[in-house]
Design a protein around this ligand. Structure first.
Ligand SMILES: Nc1ncnc2c1ncn2[C@@H]1O[C@H](COP(=O)(O)OP(=O)(O)OP(=O)(O)O)[C@@H](O)[C@H]1O
Length: 238
C-alpha cells in the first residue's frame, strides 16, 4: 500500500459515533430533555462544527462526547470503544489516550508554567518529563507561545492561555479533539494561526475535530456544519 492509500484508509475510519443519544436532566422540578435521540458520525480527519442557539444543548453534547457525563439513553462509541463499558478509571485513561479538550474555561493549573501545563497529559501518561516537555515546547511553538513557555497562567492574557490549552489538547496526538469556542478569546490573526494548525493536524494525523462555536467564520472553515435544534443535529443551510 502506498503512503497516500494508507492515509486515505485511516481517514475512512469512523472515529466517533453517537447512536440515538438522549440526555434528560432530572434534577429540577420538571425533567428537561436536552438531547433527544441524537445521532452523529465523525470520521478520522474530519472536522465538524456544531452551532445552535444558547441553551440548545451544545455543552451537554460536548460533555457526553468527552465522557464527562453519561447519556440517559443511547450509545457513544469513540475509536471503536463504547464509552458505557468503561468505569471512571478506565474512562480517565481512555480520555488521556484518545481525546484532546479545549474548553472555554481552559482549566490550566495556576502553579504550573505554560510548558508544564502543555506537557501534563504526557506526564500523566507516564512519559519522562524531558521528552514530554520537548514535545510540549514544539506544540507551544506552533501556537506562537514558545516565548512565553516559562510563564504561569496568571501572567498570560486570555488569548495566550487559550493557546496553551490548545497546545495541551494536541500534545498527545489525539484521535479526537473536542473544542468549545476555541477562538473565543483570540484576535483575528491568532485565530487564523489556530485554524491553520487544525488544517495541518487533520491532514497529517487524521485527527477528527468536533467544534462548538458561535463564530460563523470558524464554522464555515470546517468540513461540515451541523445545527443543534430540538435535541437533534441537522445540516446547517447557512
Ligand atoms: N446539570 C444540569 N441540570 C439541569 N439542567 C441543565 C444542566 N446543564 C444544562 N442544563 C440545561 O440544559 C439546557 C442546555 O444547556 P447547554 O449548556 O448544553 O446549552 P448550550 O447550547 O451549550 O448553551 P450556550 O450556548 O448558552 O452555552 C439549558 O436549558 C440548561 O439550563
Amino acid at each position: 500500500m502506498t503512503t497516500a492509500t494508507t492515509a486515505n484508509a485511516a481517514k475512512a475510519r469512523v472515529m466517533l459515533e453517537c447512536r440515538d443519544v438522549t440526555r434528560t436532566y432530572s434534577e429540577g422540578p420538571e425533567d428537561l430533555t436536552v438531547l433527544d435521540g441524537l445521532s452523529l458520525r465523525v470520521r478520522a480527519g474530519e472536522r465538524v462544527a456544531i452551532v445552535g442557539s444558547s441553551g440548545s444543548g451544545k455543552t451537554t453534547l460536548l460533555n457526553l462526547l468527552g465522557g464527562l457525563d453519561r447519556p440517559s439513553r443511547g450509545q457513544i462509541v469513540i475509536a471503536d470503544e463504547p464509552l458505557a463499558g468503561l468505569n471512571e478509571a478506565a474512562l480517565g485513561r481512555f480520555r488521556n489516550r484518545y481525546i484532546g479538550f479545549v474548553y472555554q474555561f481552559h482549566h490550566l493549573l495556576a502553579e504550573f508554567t505554560a510548558l508544564e501545563n502543555a506537557a501534563l497529559p504526557l506526564i500523566i501518561r507516564g512519559q519522562r518529563k524531558r521528552e514530554a516537555e520537548k514535545r510540549a515546547r514544539a506544540l507551544l511553538e506552533r501556537v506562537g507561545m514558545a516565548p512565553r513557555a516559562d510563564h504561569k497562567p496568571g501572567e498570560l492574557s486570555g488569548g495566550e492561555r487559550q493557546r496553551v490549552a490548545i497546545a495541551r489538547a494536541l500534545v498527545t496526538d489525539p484521535g479526537l479533539v473536542l473544542m468549545d469556542e476555541p477562538t473565543g478569546n483570540l484576535d483575528q490573526s491568532t485565530a487564523a494561526t489556530i485554524l491553520g494548525l487544525m488544517d495541518e493536524l487533520a491532514r497529517e494525523s487524521a485527527c477528527a475535530f468536533v467544534i462548538v462555536t458561535h463564530d460563523t467564520d470558524l464554522a464555515a472553515h470546517q468540513d461540515r456544519v451541523l445545527r443543534l435544534d430540538g435535541g437533534h443535529l441537522v445540516a446547517d443551510p447557512a
